[in-house]
Design a protein around this ligand. Structure first.
Ligand code: GLN
Length: 195
């Protein structure tokens, strides 16, 4: 049975675990890096990226997370998770995991739009996904073979690069399972291919 891990250091990890279970798969909330060996794919949830990074360093997750991605296992980063995956953060000379080729802009929608909901067309996922944005980042630019999956106005809000998937919004905060289901399918395809 496919097991999907959710990085459980900070943020909306419990909600993600519920949506993975609602898709009929095992969810494992990851609190120790050794648990990464037990999962076929990983979700990095929304929360606060600088806090999450601090906890990643404190609990010695950094190299283990990078290795997980580099080994070809799928990772889905939502919101703060998107920032953690990016190779480039606009206005900063630092990045975090640097696994997915894109430039991100943090807290990009401004104060008056701290949180909002909007229907989105997401390539390969849905043409009417009700997306919840909370102090969301967006993707300023995709690089190399990173593919845009969704835009909101002129802003890129979902993308995929091979086994990496990312969304600026919070699919775990709605009952619509189609985005998580899309990730589950990526994980299962990868699992079959490497079996
Ligand atoms: N703005 C947050 C950050 O920079 C992300 C917000 C979220 O995950 N909802 O980490």
């Amino acid at each position: 049975m496919t097991t999907i891990g959710i990085l459980g250091l900070q943020g909306a990890f419990r909600e993600h675990a519920k949506s993975v279970e609602a898709c009929g798969k095992n969810a494992l909330i990851i609190k120790r890096k050794e648990q990464l060996d037990e999962v076929d794919g990983l979700i990095i949830p929304g929360g606060e990226s600088t806090t999450m990074r601090r906890l990643i360093d404190r609990y010695d997750f950094f190299e283990a997370l990078k290795k997980f991605g580099q080994s070809g296992k799928p990772i889905f980063g939502t919101c703060a998770g998107l920032i953690l995956l990016a190779t480039d953060i606009n206005g900063s000379d630092r990045n975090h995991l640097g696994l997915m080729d894109m430039v991100v802009e943090r807290n990009a929608f401004g104060r008056q739009r701290e949180s909002f909901e909007t229907p989105l067309e997401i390539k390969g996922v849905a043409d009417d996904f009700e997306a919840v944005f909370i102090r969301a980042p967006y993707i300023l630019e995709v690089k190399n073979d990173t593919e845009v999956l969704a835009t909101y106005g002129d802003k890129i809000v979902a993308a995929r690069q091979g086994h990496y998937l990312t969304a600026a919004f919070h699919p775990e905060l709605t009952d619509d399972l189609r985005m998580v289901q899309y990730f589950v399918q990526m994980v299962e395809e990868k699992r079959l291919a490497s079996a």
